[in-house]
Design a protein around this ligand. Structure first.
Ligand code: PEP
Ligand code: MG
Length: 594
């Protein structure tokens, strides 16, 4: 008998079990009922508009374009923190597609010359673009088609003001043709178990977000939705890229065993997280979370972070110079405080500029050395005032729980100016009858070398220092943090960086001020040990790094960590430091793995 198309692509054994092979889009195993999810297709009609309405359509398109870029930037940042740079670079490439001048020109032409509505214009221009990719035969680009279609659909839906409310069954496995990152984020609220998809590749947004959310996913199966029936029990093996439908008892046993192993590993991780945060010699330390997006806030609890050590607020910007209004900002800050439980939240003022949005001005030759962070805020007092109003109002509701952090400070004048502004906004709030936190702590990022060098001068004027090793490294070593051509020179453990950290710690100790590190160095277990040895016991990092950092810190005595940093501080080159790191891990592995 001739085999059906399905049979060619799947293996079915006599028992009726079907194994669908796909791509391992996100590792892990899940067993559960299937939920077939079908998103409605976008619908666009070639509707024309009046001559008078052309301007409005152009404006709508531009607004939606900016919103889409913002969405993508959000995914890129989540991905960067979840599974590393490579995949986020792909999203950055997609941001370029949305910003592509040719695509924009084509959309404008459809609207201006042919007087089509913006949704139709977007659809037409994207379809032409998709057609070109399809016929190019470029495998990597063809893998991107899902994401490009997603961008098209996203923009069209935004233009049509069509927002679907999605509801899926709790604790089910989503089986779908394809899925967008925003849908995954939406679905995780229903505690879904895994994803089984017809389309998608390894480097799609879906894969990035699934990884960041710890959701097993198999993509690119072509047939999942046609083979799997609603409600039936299936197994998703994201690690091997396999879906097992109608599993035999034998397969179920095997996978239940693997699932138990997976849960054991998760429990071991939880065990580490449940240990008291004390070194082997009994000193306490604090590990906090770096946060930026609403969607990430769940990780504060998941990784048992001691509150939020760095709340980046750039996500509150919608587009060039437009930021969320005061009450939307307040909602985000309140939610962060609630998530942090009894711990504190350090809210950093907008650090826009550099590589982060807000390019309303003329292009700058050196944006990282340009109009960025506190420099923008002091020029754009409306931004500063709105943000301070929202922060200080919420801080008044939760006294002692909010700290304010100033980004990119390079001079004493900047600190004084912001302090004055804080005083003024607090007066306004008082006059309006709101409570205020009179003792709200104000700190500065130490990320520009001049500030580290002047730490002793700053110390008596601040409540705390937060060392941002990401920028401190770029500015000290004159190495653009995003330039892949020189990424080998971007060395957070360079001897010069240790010296600047040491200067900051010495100043903080002298004036009995708190000092914390929120740059990537803190999320490196070796870096964290050295910082502890220097006397910095308060570290803030991407939450997924907390278990590995904690595991090392609880295993070391303070003497050991002090000896280690003494050795590192003697190094006169980066290669010397790396030799110390390698040696240390060799010894550690010997002692811990026999
Ligand atoms: C830093 O510069 O180290 C830092 C934490 O801030 P960001 O990465 O947001 O610039
Ligand atoms: Mg920084």
């Amino acid at each position: 008998m001739k085999k059906s198309w399905v049979m060619k692509e799947i293996e079915e054994n006599r028992s009726g079990e079907i194994v669908i092979e796909g791509l391992s889009a996100s590792p892990g195993i899940a067993i559960g009922p299937a939920f077939i999810y079908q998103r409605g297709n976008i619908k666009v009609d070639p509707q024309k508009v009046d001559h008078k309405e052309v301007k409005r359509e152009l404006k709508s398109f531009e607004e939606v374009k900016e919103l889409t870029v913002r969405d993508l930037e959000r995914i890129s940042s989540i991905g960067r923190r979840g599974i590393g740079n490579d995949s986020s670079d792909i999203i950055d490439a997609q941001i370029e597609i949305v910003n592509d001048p040719e695509l924009r020109k084509s959309i404008h032409t459809h609207i201006k010359d042919q007087q089509f509505k913006a949704d139709y214009a977007v659809c037409e221009a994207f379809n032409k673009y998709l057609g070109l990719i399809e016929s190019s035969g470029n495998k990597l680009m063809i893998e991107r088609l899902v994401d490009i279609r997603d961008i098209r659909d996203r923009m069209v839906r935004k233009l049509q003001h069509r927002w679907q409310t999605m509801s899926v069954n709790e604790r089910s496995i989503i089986v779908s043709d394809e899925i967008t990152p925003s849908e995954i984020i939406e679905f995780t609220r229903s505690n879904i178990l895994a994803l089984a998809l017809n389309k998608g590749g390894l480097t799609t947004h879906t894969s990035i977000i699934a990884n960041a959310m710890g959701l097993p996913a198999v993509a690119g199966t072509s047939i999942a939705t046609r083979v799997i029936q609603r409600g039936e029990k299936i197994i998703v093996d994201g690690t091997r890229g396999r879906i097992i439908v109608r599993p035999t008892n034998e397969s179920l046993d095997k996978y239940q065993r693997l699932l138990r192993q997976q849960k054991r590993k998760e429990r071991d991780l939880q065990k580490i997280l449940s240990l008291p945060s004390t070194t082997a010699s009994g000193e306490n330390f604090t590990l906090r979370a770096n946060m930026e997006f609403d969607e990430e806030l769940i990780n504060v609890e998941k990784y048992k972070a001691d509150g939020i050590g760095l709340l980046r607020t750039e996500s509150l910007f919608i587009s060039d110079g437009i930021h969320l209004d005061r009450s939307s900002q307040e909602a985000f800050y309140r939610k962060s405080i609630i998530v942090a439980g009894q711990q504190t939240v350090t809210i950093r003022l907008f650090d826009v500029g550099g590589d982060k949005i807000l390019n309303e001005t003329k292009p700058e030759a050196n944006p990282f050395l340009g109009w960025r962070g506190i420099r923008i805020l002091l020029d754009r007092r409306d931004l500063l005032e709105d943000q301070l109003y929202a922060i200080l109002k919420v801080a008044g509701e939760y006294p002692g729980r909010v700290k304010i952090l100033l980004p990119m400070v390079s001079s004493m004048e900047e600190l004084q100016a912001v302090k004055e502004e804080i005083g003024k906004v607090q007066d306004t709030l008082k006059n309006e009858g709101h409570a205020i936190d009179k003792h709200i702590q104000i700190g500065i990022m130490v990320e520009v070398p001049s500030t580290a060098i002047q730490a002793d001068d700053f110390a008596s004027h601040v409540d705390f220092f937060s060392i941002g090793t990401n920028d401190l490294t770029q500015y000290t070593l004159a190495v653009d943090r995003g330039n892949t051509l020189i990424s080998n020179l971007y060395q957070q453990m360079h001897p010069a960086i240790w010296k600047l950290i040491e200067m900051t710690v010495t100043a903080a100790k002298k004036y009995q001020k708190e000092v914390t590190v929120c740059g990537e160095l803190a999320s490196n277990p070796f870096g964290a040990m050295c910082l502890m040895g220097m006397g910095i016991s308060d570290l803030s990092m991407v939450p997924t790094a907390i278990p590995k950092v904690k595991k090392i810190l609880v295993s070391q005595t303070m003497d050991e960590m002090q000896d280690l940093i003494k050795k590192v501080e003697k190094a006169i080159s980066y290669s010397d430091v790396i030799a110390i790191v390698k040696n240390w891990y060799k010894e550690y592995d010997k002692n811990n793995n026999g």
